[in-house]
Design a protein around this ligand. Structure first.
Ligand SMILES: Nc1ncnc2c1ncn2[C@@H]1O[C@H](COP(=O)(O)OP(=O)(O)O)[C@@H](O)[C@H]1O
Ligand SMILES: N[C@@H](CC(=O)OP(=O)(O)O)C(=O)O
Length: 461
């Protein structure tokens, strides 16, 4: 490995780390790109979901034990791939893995005795702790015969990702992250391997940044160390015109503006965590999204340049709740919305979309962010019912059509094309105009994927 002046942070998602072969592919990407100085890893695919199940309030001892066994087997399979022929080495690695498994068992037992969000985050952090340990072992093995190799250092992300104490969706302390990164990392001499998703509050408790938060961790580290580039390696060759898992005609997009990518991420394109782009935009870091399965296939580059007008992509976010508040008192009255929002703020509920008519206001909520199982907390409903009728509808999906909707520069407006293609569906709510970059609407969850596929095919031909 030769010395380089530019610094890249590379993040590998769980889909890229699901087994031994996948980890080797990622390790080779790192070895072949000398500018990569920090590697940020998610948990192997499926592990965080298992950990989330393990932290459910009603989990029984038997189910907890099965879940922990499943997690353990994913790790031991990776270790088995690594040291197929070397029993002593395999025993050493398995010993480390089993120690972590015991720690996990202990934390899970404590949680079943007394539930706390602090302990939930501690448990959720194990996925990344396993994967970063195994990945470091794989890198070390692959580099064992290389002469001019970098000094590999695995470090605990909690040393630098300092956050507040909002367990489950902790907010980063940017100043502390910068300070700690500069104190702890010896760049560009060493090659660091660390965990995404995981942080630590000022009391030394483990926190997590929210599901999918490893992208955000990588962007925060990139900003803190003044990196030039951030690479997000996943299982698809970049950001597509829609989710390629169900829109089979979706195409990769070579370049996308930060604004468009931010809208796409916010409105459900799982490929990027919505907060990832803030540090990148703030600190002008080049962002690349590519496939670790096929690194040479290229991917998407995010740029500050505005893109051409028209629709660029369609995103889908499931599990949305629509809340309609109506009251004849709204007519020609002032202060109604202020009262509604004061109550929602009190319950820390964050509204996504909003539309109003003379006597009603419709609001949408993302179930992940605060509204559990599609229902507002009963106390909140009661407070709202003091001055308006409340109707709640679940099992909805939000479709977001992202692009540059600029009627001044289009001969046939893409919005017009979109509205034509919506004619066949029952739309529950539509939002257009707040941003030039998106038009959003709600449809029943049962038809949402069909709606996205059909609109995609009509717009992109
Ligand atoms: N517009 C889009 N472009 C690319 N992928 C998308 C898009 N929308 C949703 N996805 C989904 O995001 C997935 C990658 O995100 P995720 O599963 O979280 O991967 P990782 O484990 O790498 O973080 C893809 O497999 C794809 O199904
Ligand atoms: N492992 C965490 C964090 C993460 O970002 O994962 P991924 O990169 O695989 O989406 C999660 O599943 O939420």
């Amino acid at each position: 490995m030769s010395k380089v002046s530019s610094v890249t942070v590379a993040k590998f998602g769980g889909t890229s780390l699901k087994n031994y072969q996948s980890m080797v592919r990622c390790a080779n990407i790192v070895i072949e790109e000398p500018s990569i100085k920090v590697v940020v890893l998610s948990a192997s695919a499926g592990v965080t979901n298992l950990l989330v199940e393990l932290t459910a309030k009603d989990v029984s001892d038997a189910i907890a034990s099965t879940l922990i066994d499943n997690i353990k087997n994913i790790q031991l399979d990776i270790s088995a791939g690594l040291f197929e022929q070397k029993q002593i080495e395999q025993n050493r690695v398995n010993g480390y893995v089993l120690n972590l498994v015991h720690e996990l068992e202990y934390a899970s037992q404590m949680l079943r005795e007394q539930f706390s969000l602090k302990l939930v985050d501690e448990i959720l952090s194990f996925g990344e702790r396993f994967s970063s340990y195994l990945f470091t072992e794989i890198m070390t093995e692959l580099l064992s015969n290389v002469d001019d190799k970098p000094q590999l250092v695995r470090f605990d992300a909690r040393r630098i990702i300092k956050t507040d104490s909002r367990f489950g969706h902790a907010r980063p302390d940017l100043t502390a992250i910068k300070q700690q990164s500069q104190l702890s990392l010896n760049l560009p001499e060493c090659l660091y391997i660390t965990q995404g998703f995981v942080g630590e509050d000022s009391f030394g408790n483990t926190t997590t940044l929210g599901r999918g938060g490893s992208d955000f961790s990588a962007a925060l580290i990139a900003e803190a160390i003044n990196a030039d580039k951030l690479q997000i390696w996943t299982d698809v060759a970049g950001i597509y015109s829609s989710d390629p898992r169900f829109v089979t005609t979706a195409k990769p997009i070579k370049a996308l503006s930060f604004n468009e990518a931010a809208e796409l991420a916010t409105f459900g394109a799982k490929v990027l965590h919505p907060a990832t782009l803030l540090p990148a935009i703030r600190s002008q870091i080049d962002v690349f999204v590519g496939s670790s399965l096929e690194p040479s296939a290229g991917g998407t580059h995010l740029t500050t340049k505005p893109s051409t007008s028209g629709v660029r992509a369609i995103a889908l976010r499931e599990n949305q709740t629509l809340v309609t508040l109506s009251s004849p008192n709204m007519l020609l009255a002032s202060g109604f919305l202020a009262r509604v929002f004061a109550i929602l703020a009190k319950y820390e509920l964050s509204v996504d979309l909003i539309t109003t008519s003379e006597i009603s206001v419709a609001l949408t909520f993302d179930n992940i962010n605060g509204v559990s199982e599609g229902i507002l907390p009963q106390e909140c409903i009661t407070e709202l019912e003091d001055f308006c009728a409340v109707s709640i509808e679940g099992e909805l999906s939000l479709v977001a059509v992202i692009g540059n909707h600029n009627p001044d520069h289009e001969t046939i407006s893409s919005t017009e094309l979109l509205f034509k293609s919506l004619g066949d569906y029952q739309i529950r709510m539509i939002c257009h105009g707040a941003s030039r970059h998106n038009v959003c609407f709600l449809v029943k969850q049962s038809i949402a994927k069909n709606v996205v596929t059909n609109i995609h095919d009509q717009i992109f031909g």
